[in-house]
Design a protein around this ligand. Structure first.
Ligand SMILES: NC(=O)c1ccc[n+]([C@@H]2O[C@H](COP(=O)([O-])OP(=O)(O)OC[C@H]3O[C@@H](n4cnc5c(N)ncnc54)[C@H](O)[C@@H]3O)[C@@H](O)[C@H]2O)c1
Length: 304
């Protein structure tokens, strides 16, 4: 089966491509390299340096004739989306719509879309399940939610099957120290250089981190069945930023103190996302504990 992965030169997309190729899928990638890295691209994948907003996007679909699309390409910075909402929407809404139009016109069977727990915003209860109200507090969250809505309507109108995966905070090798959950690469890089990283607020705020290889496996399972629907992809475990700092310091065997700074406005306090639905329907659950994932991640940053 041939799979087209948008954003396949990026952090998560490149791990998905690697896993697909390992499982004997034929893979082509569309990425404009605006945030991705050419070194992330698997040599067995066909690569198009292309913008998903291009009016010629459909030509690649016509040439490659993929059966499934995994759509990862996006602007991922929440803070940029707040500063430049139009830029965010141009890629995350119009770009996604352009992908959907190309998919519909070339009779693609199914699309897997990378959404985000950012659509939930301020939590009303924990753990957050797929039925939790969508109270997003960022333009990025709005753009992810808008794309989700288009996918639902495209299924109704044109029969395009979809799976929406709402990732919690993804981490692992190849992640840049910017973006949605850059805290782990920032901590690793700083502590490796014997520098103190900043912690915003008192560090007791919690996050639900999920290892990138587990996220890639959720995408693989999503193309191996006939379901349509929305699924959280998370660890269902929350860890405080202080605890995370301690784990990374102890794996690196360093004794450094963080510098505490004022809390960032609009930062959510706690996050804990349930993966019960994807476990029940697709049999997915994370394989990596946070310590196992951190050890692999740290090995990657040590080599850089
Ligand atoms: N990293 C996380 O914690 C996280 C959490 C939830 C959801 N997500 C979603 O997962 C997806 C992948 O995120 P990531 O962390 O790997 O980010 P990333 O920036 O590493 O990957 C995105 C890729 O898309 C490419 N891209 C951006 N705009 C493009 C355009 N107009 N045309 C073609 N390519 C374009 C970039 O060059 C990059 O390679 C995104 O949709 C993101 O919103 C990420």
């Amino acid at each position: 089966m041939k799979v087209l992965v948008t954003g396949g030169a990026g952090f998560i997309g490149s791990h998905i491509v690697d896993l697909l190729i390992k499982n004997n899928y034929e893979v082509c990638i569309i990425d404009d390299l605006s945030h991705g890295n050419i070194d992330n691209i698997n040599s067995k994948a066909k690569f198009y340096k292309y913008n998903i907003k291009s009016s010629n996007l459909i030509n690649i679909f016509k040439i490659e004739k993929p059966e499934v699309i995994i759509h990862e390409a996006a602007k991922i910075s929440v803070s940029d989306s707040i500063k430049y909402p139009i830029k965010d929407a141009e890629t995350n809404i119009i770009g996604t719509l352009n992908v959907l139009e190309a998919a519909r016109k070339t009779n693609i069977k199914k699309i897997i879309y990378s959404s985000s727990s950012a659509v939930f915003g301020k939590a009303e209860y924990f753990p957050i399940d797929e039925n939790h109200p969508l109270n997003t507090i960022s333009n990025y969250g709005v753009s992810k939610q808008a794309s989700e809505n288009y996918l639902k309507v495209y299924k109704e109108l044109y029969g395009l099957n979809y799976i929406i995966l709402r990732y919690s905070n993804v981490y692992g090798p190849r992640q840049k120290s910017s973006g949605e959950s850059g805290v782990i690469p920032i901590f690793c890089m700083k502590i490796l250089k014997d520098k103190s990283p900043f912690i915003y607020g008192d560090g007791n705020q919690t996050r639900d981190f999920i290892y990138v290889k587990d996220v890639a496996r959720a995408n693989l399972l999503s193309i191996q069945n006939n379901l349509s629907g929305i699924f959280n992809v998370s660890s269902n475990k929350s860890i405080s930023i202080n605890q995370l700092f301690k784990y990374i310091s102890s794996i690196l065997n360093k004794n450094i103190s963080p510098i505490y700074k004022r809390k960032i406005n609009g930062d959510i306090e706690n996050s804990l996302i349930s993966y019960k639905k994807i476990f029940n329907e697709l049999g997915w659950k994370p394989k990596y504990t946070i310590l196992e994932g951190l050890k692999e991640t740290i090995e990657f940053y040590k080599k850089r």
